[in-house]
Design a protein around this ligand. Structure first.
Ligand SMILES: Cc1cc2nc3c(=O)[nH]c(=O)nc-3n(C[C@H](O)[C@H](O)[C@H](O)COP(=O)(O)OP(=O)(O)OC[C@H]3O[C@@H](n4cnc5c(N)ncnc54)[C@H](O)[C@@H]3O)c2cc1C
Length: 384
């Protein structure tokens, strides 16, 4: 049963959705996802298949070898990945948007030409290393330093919760190049080879998203050529702000797709589970739970598409992006929580998929600027 209909999508977007779902069914069958989740393994085969089929080009302009997809195309693509499996969606988004977009938007011509084609072909994976043990929401308080030494920068510090760093070829690191500068100044973005001497990456054990899992990173006198600065020295803060719209829309789109998946799963279960000699889907209280889940899925989707339409029209959509991020990630976890209740004991069992949906959806309100931070953004816009 498919609740995520294609009404309002263009013919190309419908074909893309179908093509992506077919490809994933072939290269990432469901029993493999459960095995990878248990083993905390990365979905390499599906990732490479998506790249080989050219889908990773959707994020980048034609002059960099991409397809120049619109924001709506990207939203539909990520929603489709999130619907199939959030782990593959997170893996793609981390390389292509969180980290790759910094290179594509602000990198030198040399960096763009050497890195973006490798991202598109699947030959390079990237991770964004921003958060630190002492600074999560308060990004500007970061302590990692990158100090000039001739033509190089010497990187020292510690990052934490960095998605996909364990499989990354490059890290996009946010560091203080001028430790004496005021809070939002003297911060730079630097491309760092994960194989450089002095880089240590330690996988962390997390509740969910185990296949694209989080890592701790240590930089111990890592020497990086200054030509790896992305967007010039001291420019990181303003550039990070310019990437937020796409990042948050991406997170929201993945969550929207996941809402539909969870709703379908719970609906299918409720139609088959017999109690008191009838399917539990015949009890009005269960029907209302499933209807609430569908409403949350559709509301999530509408908020993402609204952001995509505004961004495509050249509007910054700051308010709408924060709202979509909150609506989609909160709805995602609420769908999982209600869905788990619909399944009863089976929902709480590790034998069924619902527990994975529950664990995977919990991170949405925390990552990508927590939902409390989004509300701070909205309060500021309301002049409160
Ligand atoms: C699975 C996972 C993957 C991640 N991937 C990455 C990644 O790839 N790269 C990366 O750089 N980071 C990543 N992160 C880090 C993520 O961005 C941070 O966890 C997030 O920004 C919150 O920071 P924190 O965990 O330090 O919480 P804190 O900042 O300590 O916040 C704790 C609580 O206080 C609230 N809070 C803090 N400040 C305020 C305020 N001013 N007003 C109201 N409430 C406030 C927060 O909303 C939260 O509820 C990841 C995190 C997780 C869990």
């Amino acid at each position: 049963m498919t609740l995520m209909n294609t009404a309002g999508l263009s013919e190309e977007q419908r074909m893309m959705q179908e093509g992506v779902l077919d490809l994933l069914a072939k290269h990432l069958p469901w029993d493999q996802i459960r095995k990878l989740d248990d083993a905390r393994g990365f979905p390499h085969e599906a990732y490479n298949a998506l790249a080989e089929a050219g889908y990773l080009g959707i994020f980048y302009p034609e002059e960099l070898g991409g397809m120049g997809g619109s924001y709506k195309d990207i939203a539909v693509f990520l929603e489709t990945l999130g619907y199939y499996y959030t782990g593959i969606a997170q893996a793609v988004t981390t390389t292509a948007i969180y980290a790759g977009m910094h290179v594509a938007k602000f990198g030198s011509d040399e960096l763009k030409k050497s890195i973006i084609p490798k991202i598109i072909s699947g030959h390079a994976k990237l991770a964004l290393a921003m958060s630190e043990p002492g600074t999560g929401s308060d990004v500007a308080g970061l302590k990692t330093t990158a100090i000039r030494d001739g033509d190089d920068l010497i990187l020292n510090g510690n990052k934490v919760w960095i998605t996909c760093a364990h499989v990354a070829d490059y890290l996009v690191v946010i560091a203080k190049t001028d430790p004496t500068a005021a809070r939002h100044s003297g911060i730079s973005t630097i491309l760092v080879d994960t194989k450089a001497p002095g880089v240590t990456i330690k996988p962390l054990s997390m509740l969910g998203r185990r296949t694209s899992h989080a890592n701790e990173i240590f930089f111990d006198n890592v020497r990086v050529p200054a030509t790896n600065l992305i967007g010039g020295e001291g420019q990181a803060w303003k550039n990070i702000m310019k990437c937020l719209g796409l990042e948050r829309m991406g997170l929201a789109a993945i969550s929207s797709g996941h809402c539909f998946k969870i709703t379908e799963y719970a609906t299918d279960y409720a139609k088959q589970r017999i109690q008191f000699e009838q399917p539990i889907s015949k009890f009005q209280v269960i029907q209302h739970k499933l209807v609430d889940m569908l409403i949350m899925s559709e509301t999530a989707r509408q908020s993402v598409y609204r952001v995509a339409d505004l961004l495509d029209a050249g509007h910054p959509a700051v308010k709408e992006t924060s709202i979509a991020k909150i609506v989609c990630t909160d709805n995602n976890f609420r769908c999982a929580d209600i869905g788990l209740q619909v399944l009863g004991g089976a929902g709480y069992s590790m034998e069924y998929d619902m527990q994975m949906f529950f664990r995977d959806s919990r991170v949405g309100p925390i990552g990508g600027g927590s939902n409390e931070i989004q509300k701070n953004v909205l309060a500021k816009l309301m002049d409160l």
